[in-house]
Design a protein around this ligand. Structure first.
Ligand SMILES: NC(=O)c1ccc[n+]([C@@H]2O[C@H](COP(=O)([O-])OP(=O)(O)OC[C@H]3O[C@@H](n4cnc5c(N)ncnc54)[C@H](OP(=O)(O)O)[C@@H]3O)[C@@H](O)[C@H]2O)c1
Length: 327
């Protein structure tokens, strides 16, 4: 393994937990720098994505669900971007100095809320052209989840119509653009008037505020015989009502974690799934993103030290994603 001078530093600054719990557990600490194994890369992190699921991980939810025995201090952060500082001996596709982004859930070597992170090289990729470090940092989990939902689970065909419910959120705003790239007609159910303006700007063919009571009227105008498929990223009564706009024998998909779980109407299929990384999936995501203008929207970028404020901001209405600048 080759190591840059910086990467040979034995310790680094991180937001690390001594126990699972509330936002008060997010503390700046000095922790050991992780080391890359043969199939891994060490990333000098510039920006970390803040996932909608990070508070759940902070509270200990993931280790329970995934059956992992946690090691403390525990560094959060599934998504991030930075520069390759070292590569393991089996890694061929990436080299020191490359600008990369990556996602790894429940990473035993620690997450991206830190100056350095180690990931399997197959979960990392060069940053698509046109994206900043902060944009790349928030992209991977939600981008891969949006794309898997549309292409693999819903098997969306060109010229089909698709409802994106939660369209102004993390997965949603990426799904609107990816569905357009796949040739679909997009009906976006966004949050608030600002959300509606946002998704129209991103290319949605029709958009409505999912918190208003005219979703079904607008949906019927959009597709008189019903909408072919739906990708759902927020659950509740409004969701289940909106799904009655899906046609007979239509399809609904949602990533695990959406609560309450959506209910599909009679003769509409309903699939829960998990986003997935890996070389092929990331390459496909990059290919679609680079095929034209693409916006990864940052609501706010907080300094690493303000991770607790970033978690609080997740709970408030916002468009797109939140990042932590590690610097
Ligand atoms: N299983 C997996 O692989 C996987 C991967 C990634 C994410 N997830 C899960 O998927 C879910 C979505 O993730 P995300 O990153 O997209 O979260 P997010 O950014 O919070 O997106 C959800 C969006 O839905 C909006 N919304 C809520 N109620 C609405 C309504 N009635 N009408 C219209 N919009 C509404 C929210 O708006 P406001 O801002 O106004 O609340 C928010 O923009 C989370 O539960 C996450 O944990 C699972």
């Amino acid at each position: 393994m080759t190591q840059t001078k910086k990467a040979t530093e034995k310790s680094m600054r991180a937001i690390a937990l001594d126990r699972f719990g509330g936002p008060e557990t997010l503390k700046v600490q000095t922790v050991p720098t992780p080391e890359a194994g043969a199939d891994e890369i060490l990333i000098h992190v510039e920006s970390a994505g803040v996932g909608a699921w990070d508070p759940f991980e902070r509270e200990g939810g993931f280790v329970e669900v995934l059956g992992i025995t946690p090691k403390f201090p525990y560094v959060l952060g599934t998504d991030g971007a930075g520069t390759v500082a070292a590569v393991g001996k089996n890694v061929k596709e990436l080299k020191e100095g490359d600008r990369v982004y990556a996602a790894e859930l429940g990473n035993p070597k620690g997450g991206f809320y830190a100056q350095y992170a180690v990931v399997n090289a197959d979960n990392a990729s060069l940053i698509p052209s046109g994206l900043s470090m902060d944009q790349a940092a928030v992209l991977p989990s939600d981008g891969l989840t949006a794309l898997k939902g549309l292409e693999d689970v819903l098997r969306l065909q060109p010229d089909e119509s698709v409802m994106i419910f939660g369209a102004s959120g993390g997965i949603g705003h990426l799904a609107v653009q990816l569905a357009k790239r796949l040739g679909a007609r997009v009906f976006a159910v966004a949050s608030g008037e600002d959300g509606v303006d946002f998704v129209k700007r991103l290319g949605a063919d029709a958009a409505v505020d999912g918190r208003s009571d005219n979703v079904l009227d607008v949906a019927r105008e959009f597709a008189t015989d019903g909408i072919d498929a739906a990708l759902v990223t927020a659950g509740g009564e409004a969701t289940d009502r909106a799904l009655s706009a899906i046609r007979l024998d239509g399809r609904v998909a949602y990533p695990n974690g959406v609560m309450p779980q959506p209910k599909a109407p009679h003769r509409v299929s309903l699939d829960a799934y998990d986003g997935e990384g890996g070389r092929e999936a990331i390459d496909r995501l990059n290919e679609l993103i680079e095929a034209g203008p693409f916006e990864v929207h940052l609501h706010r970028v907080f300094p690493l030290e303000q991770a607790a404020a970033a978690h609080a901001a997740l709970e408030e209405h916002h468009l797109g994603k939140i990042a932590l600048s590690v610097g």
